[in-house]
Ligand binder design. Structure first.
Ligand code: CA
Length: 648
């Protein structure tokens, strides 16, 4: 499994370092160095003396100037200590603690300052963004490309989701960040020819496990002022930032960025550790962004669990009687919401939706309403459509939703990552806040810091999610490998994830007797309710589960929190298994799943529990009380496609 990277390390040590500008993490282990060679800005990143990102290019090309060559560093900037604490109830950890060092390095071209690099290094993360300055009398520019590259070791293995070709897939709705992660593929490929979606995870194996490196690349702070970027490969260990593809938005709209000067790009983030722990626990995505407006109400009051009928019953379940039955089911479970999916406008109608909203309200169950984001960018036929893409109609619709007491919206089928689409996300979020509505996106881009930037943003899909379990037996068969043991290392580390899972039906069918068959265990369903993080969880439970699922499973699903105070990575390997811990209040939940062909037996160290204290163990289809050992360990066994949960 672990291949040596000694050759790579030796090669890197021979590379002479030009005198550069250095920023070192507070603990001294992570170092970023920026330099200029032959006029080309570069950087490299070292961790514990090892090269993590070898010399890689920086810079931006605009229609005002090419800031990738003929550059010089004119000002190294003063090193500043950045310390702050902010609370965020929507993400993996309640407290976002920033402890980093930063420099703003100024670059000149022909002796004129044209670009600055804001470079920040914490104990886990390197982050940087470009500031472009007014130049040649221009107070605005078009950014046509970035020269930002990342050179990882040639023996690195990748866990990355390919970007799709535009206008492909269901109703020509791709790209929508719904592709499978690679399972330790070598570097040098370029996905399906179009690069990869963020986040991108690399393992640099080492015979000495203490020297292995795990590297996560992502970006944050993207709003309507930029495009969503991707990572381009195809050149050995070198990867580069790519802009959207021409074909997105049905070929309409530029792939470039319109920007005022001075203007900032989003942040590029690199998270590094010797195990995936730093990546799973990092909060860098949210450390670098600020709220863009004030919350119109306290949304946290309405976070929590919910139901949706569509995942089991599909479109035909979106009728008045079935939604009413699901409201009763949600109330019986003590859940806060019901997501009414596509076609409610024709199959239920607005008047009766108002009745359902009232019926739900009397039972403590609020409604989320589904919308098609279109528009004119793809063929997704489901209605309601032509509302969310138009400011006039959107505002009227949201006012109506506010009047009848709707909790939030789920908007689906976006048109890619070009700047007009990023602006649409921001407009929907901001208008929804005016009416106190929370927002979930599906068929969409990766949210990049949005939990903090937009107070009413809840979560996005941007992952191959539970709907595929309904659509395909093949997807069910590899669910543990491609979802449970993968997303906690990748997609879910940088943003809340609306997966819509934790089914207790044996079959994805209303009668629970045919259709695609779930091969994961009931404890797996419980474990992913903890592993997959979103402040609002719409679970794939069905009313029949009240009688046909084990009582311990239903009781667990009634009690499991959706907001968390703390996260702790314990052990795992992407696509094989994961064990991690989340704390909510004073309760710890330890959850694990196993995708390997053999059962996973481990004695795990749980220092959060007192020696000899009692914990509740969900394992092998039963629940029991067990004692923590004197050395604060608990022995667990996770079957293939199974899970484990420990609660105290
Ligand atoms: Ca989808």
């Amino acid at each position: 499994m672990r291949r040596t990277s000694a050759l790579f390390c030796a090669a890197m040590m021979l590379t002479s370092l030009t005198a550069g500008v250095v920023v070192t993490s507070p603990d001294g282990r992570l170092v970023a160095e920026v330099s200029v060679d032959d006029g080309v800005p570069h950087y490299q990143v070292m961790y514990d003396g090892q090269t993590a990102i070898a010399e890689s290019s920086l810079g931006v090309v605009t229609n005002v100037g090419d800031y990738t060559r003929s550059m010089a560093i004119s000002d190294e900037g003063e090193e500043k200590q950045i310390t702050s604490v902010d609370n965020q109830e929507k993400i993996k950890q309640h407290s976002i603690h920033t402890d980093a060092r930063e420099r703003v390095i100024t670059f000149t071209q022909d002796d004129k300052p044209v670009m600055a690099l804001q470079l920040r290094v914490s104990n886990k993360d390197v982050a940087f963004r470009y500031m472009l300055m007014p130049h040649r009398g221009a107070n605005s520019c078009v950014v046509t490309s970035e020269n930002t590259a990342y050179r990882v070791a040639d023996n690195a293995l990748t866990f990355m989701a390919p970007q799709s070709k535009p206008m492909t897939g269901f109703a020509r709705t791709a790209p929508s960040y719904e592709t499978k992660y690679s399972l330790g593929e070598p570097v040098g490929r370029n996905g399906w020819g179009f690069g990869y979606t963020f986040p991108c995870l690399f393992e640099v194996p080492n015979a000495d496990a203490d020297k292995a490196l795990w590297i996560m690349l992502s970006e944050t702070g993207t709003d309507g002022g930029y495009v969503g970027c991707r990572l381009l490969g195809g050149n050995g260990g070198e990867y580069r930032i790519g802009f959207p593809q021409e074909g997105e938005l049905n070929g309409w709209g530029s792939t470039s960025v319109q920007m005022p000067l001075p203007g900032y790009t989003p942040w590029r983030t690199i998270t590094i550790g010797h195990t995936p722990a730093n990546i799973v626990e990092s909060t860098v995505t949210w450390e670098l962004v600020e709220p863009k407006y004030k919350a119109s109400r306290n949304y946290a009051d309405d976070y929590g669990k919910g139901m949706w009928s569509w995942i089991i019953g599909m479109d035909s379940s979106c009728n008045y009687d079935e939604q009413k039955r699901y409201i009763d089911f949600a109330a019986a479970m003590g859940y806060r919401s019901l997501l009414v999916d596509a076609l409610w406008d024709v199959q239920i109608g607005r008047e009766r939706i108002a009745e359902l909203a009232k019926y739900g309200k009397e039972r403590g169950v609020g409604l989320y309403l589904w919308y098609n984001s279109n528009g004119s960018w793809n063929d997704a036929p489901q209605s309601p459509k032509h509302i969310m893409n138009n400011g006039t109609r959107r505002k009227q619709e949201m006012k109506w939703m506010q009047e009848i007491g709707i909790l939030g919206i789920k908007v689906d089928f976006f048109g890619g990552d070009k700047q007009p689409v990023m602006q649409l996300y921001e407009d929907i979020l901001s208008d929804a806040n005016d009416c106190g509505l929370m927002v979930i996106f599906h068929g969409c881009t990766l949210p990049r810091g949005w939990e903090r930037m937009y107070p009413n943003f809840v979560a996005s899909e941007a992952v191959l999610a539970s709907e595929n379990l309904h659509f395909s037996q093949g997807f069910c068969d590899t669910e543990a490998r491609d979802c449970g043991a993968m997303y906690p290392f990748t997609r879910n580390t940088v943003a809340s994830m609306d997966f819509g899972g934790s089914a207790l039906n044996k079959y994805y069918n209303a009668n629970n007797n045919r259709g695609s068959r779930r091969v994961t265990t009931d404890v797996y369903a419980l474990a992913t309710a903890v592993l997959f993080q979103s402040p609002v969880q719409h679970f794939a439970l069905a009313p029949n589960n009240l009688t046909d699922a084990p009582a311990w499973a239903i009781d667990f699903m009634k009690a499991v929190p959706t907001t968390w105070d703390e996260i702790r990575y314990i052990d795992g390997y992407p696509g094989k298994y994961i064990i991690m811990a989340r704390r909510s209040g004073d309760k710890w939940y330890i959850a694990g799943v196993n995708a390997m062909e053999q059962p996973l037996k481990q004695n795990i160290s749980l220092p959060m529990f007192d020696a000899k204290s009692q914990v509740t163990l969900y394992q092998n289809g039963e629940v029991k009380e067990v004692k923590v050992s004197r050395k604060q360990t608990v022995s667990i066994e996770i079957p293939t496609n199974g899970g484990v949960v420990i609660v105290q």
